[in-house]
Design a protein around this ligand. Structure first.
Ligand code: HEM
Length: 485
């Protein structure tokens, strides 16, 4: 009776459910294939745990936006929740007072108006990125964009100078720890979530908890160190996120300890996602020279031989649309982060039980044919009208930002991330022509549009090289000039 009221889905085995049908990697592809058979809202089971998969824009908006009061918890998984994150890291906290405190502090600094205070810093870092690409060809392309992605997020939270492309990187340790936690807490690496009866034993035996205990202590130490060394403002007098939360703790309802973890959560969530989106951008540019030419034509008209700035943004709708298309074409987190129903709810005549994991399949939604025509093609003009202006987005919908999830858990860093991508992409397109490298036998070394790596939640194009040809004489001087503004 319980199962028949859930939306129908693939048949599984007794006890195991659909476990053996699930691939260890690229789960979003399998779920996308099932959605073609079972529709935009279906259920599968892993043991006794139901998962409801949301595969169309309409169901996403209905279930995760409109019903977000009951669809915004995170899964009850034991290993991440109780052994690793322990109620500290934003993305694994259930909806409630603590999450409200985290999200209030984040929203205050990162809402669309407030995040504009970081535009100078982001422009400066985009110039550092472009200079680095010019001066350090010995470094791989992905090292440059990875540096940029971490540097802007780190500077907005804690202040300080741009992370150098050669030299010490104060974010390295926290990045390693994020990577470790993401891999260790995936369901396939969690024995305790497969056999929950083991939990009391793990709690009692220290060496069984060692990996998680060591991780937590290291992460706490790093987070505190970064927080305590944070500067009040950046080089353009914009208050850092830590400064803002320090001065408004009471208003946001967070303690110092919570603020320390809130701040580090931003870095953990913001770096790899932004880096991946920049990789997707470069991959798309290498496969679509026509798009590069259209963007450069607009940049040349608006900026000429000086580097782009945020003041040019209104006159660069094609570049803006190109960023939106990058986020749609290959969403960095194609299954988003899992939501969970905190109460039973009814939808389209079906009952979804409290505790059901809700998988927000952004991969399927960003190729929903009722919204995006010819979804596999990379086409920035889908976001533009006939006169080349950005199409207005229906209020309340976020069809141009689907890659950032839904409802009360929607990515709090989305406007900051879009700004970072806009200024970095505008700089690279303005400064360089993009080409594939050629090996000593004259063979072009390409990366296919589907050559991806599964990095736990984030799906990234495999590393590839790019040959960047400067488009102007004296590019270096022009960039240095732009950094003085
Ligand atoms: C292109 C870059 C980015 C993408 C594609 C992205 C995507 C996402 C997605 C899909 C989620 C899950 C939303 C949900 O559960 O419905 C999320 C959550 C989150 N993101 Fe982002 N993000 C990006 C950049 C950033 C940046 C730069 C920051 C910080 C400055 C950030 C901070 C967060 C945080 C803290 C959460 C957890 C929110 C919560 O659990 O309530 N993200 N992001």
């Amino acid at each position: 009776r319980r199962t028949c009221r859930l939306p129908p889905g693939p048949t599984g085995l007794p006890l195991l459910g659909n476990l053996l049908q699930l691939p260890a990697q690229f789960l979003h592809f399998k779920l996308h294939t099932w959605s073609k058979q079972y529709g935009p809202f279906y259920t599968f089971w892993v043991g006794s745990q139901p998962y409801a998969v949301i595969s169309s824009v309409e169901v996403g908006a209905d279930v995760l936006d409109r019903m977000s009061a009951v669809t915004s918890h995170r899964p009850k998984m034991i290993k991440p929740r109780e052994f690793f994150f322990r109620g500290t890291i934003t993305f694994w906290i259930d909806r409630g007072l603590l999450l409200r405190g985290h999200r209030r502090s984040m929203h205050a600094s990162l809402n669309v108006q407030s995040t504009a205070r970081f535009n100078h810093m982001q422009t400066d870092d985009a110039a550092v990125l472009t200079l680095g690409l010019l001066q350090h060809p010995e470094k791989k392309f992905h090292e440059h964009i990875h540096r940029f992605a971490g540097s802007v997020v780190l500077r907005s939270i804690y202040g300080g100078e741009a992370i150098p492309i050669v030299g010490p990187d104060s974010s390295k340790r926290i990045e390693q720890l994020t990577d470790e936690a993401m891999h260790a807490t995936m369901p396939q690496h969690s024995v305790v979530d497969t056999f929950p009866v083991l939990k009391p034993l793990i709690e009692r035996v220290k060496w069984l908890r060692k990996e998680a205990d060591d991780w937590f202590e290291a992460m706490k130490g790093e987070a505190e160190q970064l927080y305590n060394a944070a500067l009040p403002v950046d080089a353009w007098d914009a208050p850092t996120i830590v400064h803002d939360v320090n001065t408004n703790m009471e208003k946001y309802g967070v303690s110092k300890r919570e603020a320390v973890f809130m701040a580090v959560s931003l870095f953990m969530a913001g770096q790899e996602t932004s880096h991946t989106s920049l990789r997707v951008f470069a991959l798309a540019m290498l496969h679509h020279p026509d798009v590069v030419r259209a963007a450069q034509a607009q940049l040349d008209t608006v900026c000429g031989e000086r580097a782009p700035t945020f003041r040019d943004r209104d006159r660069l709708p094609y570049v803006e649309a190109l960023v939106k298309e990058t986020l749609r074409w290959r969403p960095a987190v194609p299954l988003s982060l899992p939501h969970t129903a905190s109460e039973d709810f009814e939808y389209r005549g079906r009952v979804v039980r409290k505790g059901t994991v809700l998988l927000d399949n952004l991969w399927s939604q960003t190729r929903d044919p009722s919204v995006y025509s010819d979804p596999e093609s990379f086409d920035p003009t889908r976001f533009l009208d006939e006169s080349g202006r950005l199409r207005p987005v229906t209020p309340g919908s976020h069809l141009d930002q689907l890659g950032f999830g839904h409802g009360r858990r929607i990515c709090p860093g989305k406007d900051f991330a879009i700004n970072s991508l806009f200024i970095a992409c505008a700089h690279m397109l303005w400064a360089f022509d993009f080409q594939w490298p050629v090996d000593e036998h004259g063979k072009t070394l390409m990366c296919g549009v589907d050559d991806m790596m599964d990095n736990a939640l984030v799906i990234t194009p495999k590393p590839f090289e790019v040959v960047l040809k400067p488009r102007f004489e004296g590019l270096e001087e022009r960039l240095r000039e732009s950094m003085k503004r």
